[in-house]
Design a protein around this ligand. Structure first.
Ligand code: ARG
Length: 596
């Protein structure tokens, strides 16, 4: 469906033309004085110089052209066209026009969102957890934002692949291996002459792994010999030593199983579970090509690509492809991953979602990838850098003891807070309360994050996020639950299981009209959220819709309405609002419970 605002603009543009002016002047915008009118057009002001006329004269001509339309019956689109000095056109939209737009929208499964002619192939690189290290809150934002961006793009009709891009190949693997060897030297993985098959079972649990990594990491900082051993094990692993590689597979297996459980709890899912290690075989050929083409050169023993550009306002250092000892780095695996993604999927766009502190890294990688010809000019590389999640003190979120907050602990805290609220509702049995509070808590967490522009830091405030009032996830869910319960009561009265094909009528009040105009803006909002890859726009929209629905609800006795036609029209409006909100929370990555 064409966007509502475009349809209105078209009506105005044709009036400018009919009055003898350039139709381009007829662009309509939402009113910035909602107390005076719903929409406005400032084209007469813009045209004054060109036509050497006072703006109000132009506006008068246009208003006249509109009243003369349809053999003098006037415009089908505007109920009010007011010329205000010095030359503004203040506009209200006709109830019948709004109604027919919503009817068409109701009848469309996609709520008026068109599908692209040719879907864009997009790879979204998000999550990015590191094997053997516990997930911490820093990984939360990448997962939450990435999942939503993926769902927005998918709903928009694009062909999207989500890739977790595991950190599974760096020094942390060498550290864990080193410490495992100290603790269990007799494991067959460390015997270079071990002939047979390695045991099926991993010789550790995930909690042991999570204890081992911080231990080994701390030790390596104090003990140079230990550090050297870890470096050596990393190198031997990367060179493919059989035993170490088999042990590495066990570490990855145990860690990934745990990650899958965690991401499932967050309602986050990936199409690809590739990691840095998976592109290891791509590196030698890539490096050879870079040397041969001359785009990479040696500098102090390392292999680098110059990526600075004349227009840079600050210095962008060269991108290091290989360290002086020949080892690969974070940049190396990212470059190799670009090469592999291009060869395998030929994407139109690759979107990375990480902490904004990685901005320089991605600038270097993107420029190096283009310079080395790993990617053509038609493929776009985008980095969405997000801000820090802070505690109430404005400093990065920590545990009470001052340590790094684990994601699981954070989720458990917000679940508990939610459960204590939900349990106050005596109608909800204990078991349902558990399940419901988990769902509402997830909404609280995700909405709390997504309602902020991604690049900004924000304060994680459990009390605020879990509140049933204000700009929060639970408030949105509460509104949806309210609509569903009205609908259930209506259906029970009617003795029906599903609402018949009801259609919204003309609005009976200003609050109803306001809600209808919000709904008519759905496709434009979604289009904008996709263009800007901006979940916060969806949040702002549903907050508005929820507020306007609740005003409508409080001023309207829907279920006790005697006039059948009126009642059915309200039920139809309620159903449409419910569909719009449900669609929106789905792209944000959460869902509503039965009741709360
Ligand atoms: N593992 C990295 C980290 O924890 C994030 C990976 C992001 N993706 C990428 N292609 N570099 O910081």
């Amino acid at each position: 469906m064409e966007q509502f605002l475009n349809l209105i603009s078209k009506e105005m543009e044709s009036a400018f033309e009919a009055a003898g002016y350039d139709s381009a002047l007829g662009r309509v915008t939402v009113s910035n004085r909602p107390d005076l009118c719903e929409y406005q057009c400032n084209g007469a002001m813009a045209g004054a110089k060109r036509y050497r006329k006072a703006p109000f004269m132009i506006a008068d001509d246009v208003a006249k052209a509109l009243t003369e339309k349809n053999d003098g019956a006037g415009s089908n689109v505007f109920s009010k066209v007011e010329v205000v000095k010095p030359g503004f056109l203040n506009l209200d939209v006709k109830e019948s026009f709004l109604q027919s737009y919503l009817r068409e929208m109701s009848a469309d499964e996609r709520l008026g969102m068109p599908l692209p002619e040719k879907p864009e192939k997009i790879i979204i690189d998000y999550g990015g957890p590191n094997v053997a290290k516990p997930l911490h809150v820093g990984h939360l934002r990448s997962a939450v934002i990435g999942e939503s961006v993926k769902r927005i793009a998918r709903f928009h009709g694009e062909d999207v692949i989500g890739d977790i891009h595991l950190g599974d190949w760096g020094l942390q693997m060498g550290l864990v291996i080193t410490e495992l060897k100290k603790r269990m030297p007799d494991l067959p993985y460390f015997d270079p002459d071990f002939p047979g098959d390695y045991p099926r079972e991993a010789p550790f649990t995930v909690s042991e792994l999570e204890e081992i990594y911080p231990f080994a990491s701390a030790k390596s900082k104090k003990d140079p010999e230990y550090y050297a051993e870890a470096m050596d094990n990393t190198r031997r692993l990367q060179e493919g030593e059989r035993g170490l590689y088999a042990l590495w597979q066990k570490i990855v297996g145990v860690s990934v199983a745990d990650m899958k459980r965690n991401y499932e709890n967050l309602d986050v899912s990936f199409d690809l579970w590739n990691g840095e290690a998976s592109v290891h075989p791509v590196i030698p050929g890539m490096v050879r090509d870079m040397k041969e083409s001359g785009c990479a050169h040696e500098s102090q023993g390392a292999l680098v690509i110059d990526v600075s550009e004349e227009t840079d306002s600050k210095e962008i250092p060269p991108c290091i492809v290989l360290k002086s000892d020949g080892a690969s780095l974070y940049t190396t695996t990212d470059l190799a991953t670009i090469k592999e993604r291009v060869e395998k999927y030929d994407p139109d766009r690759i979107i990375y979602i990480t902490d904004k502190r990685q901005e320089l890294h991605f600038t270097q990688v993107f420029r190096a990838a283009r310079k080395a010809g790993l990617i053509g000019p038609e493929t776009e590389l985008v980095h969405i850098g997000f801000g820090t999640m802070n505690g109430k003190d404005g400093k990065p979120f920590k545990t009470r003891e001052g340590g790094v907050m684990r994601l699981e602990t954070l989720i458990a805290d917000i679940d508990a807070e939610m459960l204590s609220k939900i349990s106050t509702n005596p109608d909800i049995p204990a078991e349902e309360a558990q399940e419901t509070s988990r769902r509402v808590a997830l909404a609280a967490l995700k909405y709390g994050d997504l309602s902020n522009q991604a690049s900004k830091d924000y304060i994680f405030d459990i009390e605020k996020f879990t509140s049933f009032e204000g700009d929060t996830g639970p408030y949105i869910l509460y509104t949806i639950v309210r609509m569903r319960s009205i609908l259930q009561r209506y259906l029970a009265e009617e003795g029906a299981t599903a609402p018949a094909e009801l259609a919204p009528g003309v609005p009976a009040s200003d609050v109803e009209k306001k809600l209808m105009m919000d709904l008519a803006g759905f496709n434009a909002m979604m289009e904008g959220a996709y263009a800007d890859l901006a979940p916060h726009r969806v949040c702002a929209y549903i907050y508005q819709v929820s507020n306007d629905f609740n005003s409508f609800y409080h001023s309207t006795r829907i279920l006790t309405e005697k006039d059948r036609e009126q009642k059915e029209s309200w039920i139809a409006l309620l159903c449409l609002t419910e569909r719009v909100l449900s669609r929106c929370i789905d792209v944000l990555g959460f869902s509503a419970p039965e009741r709360m």
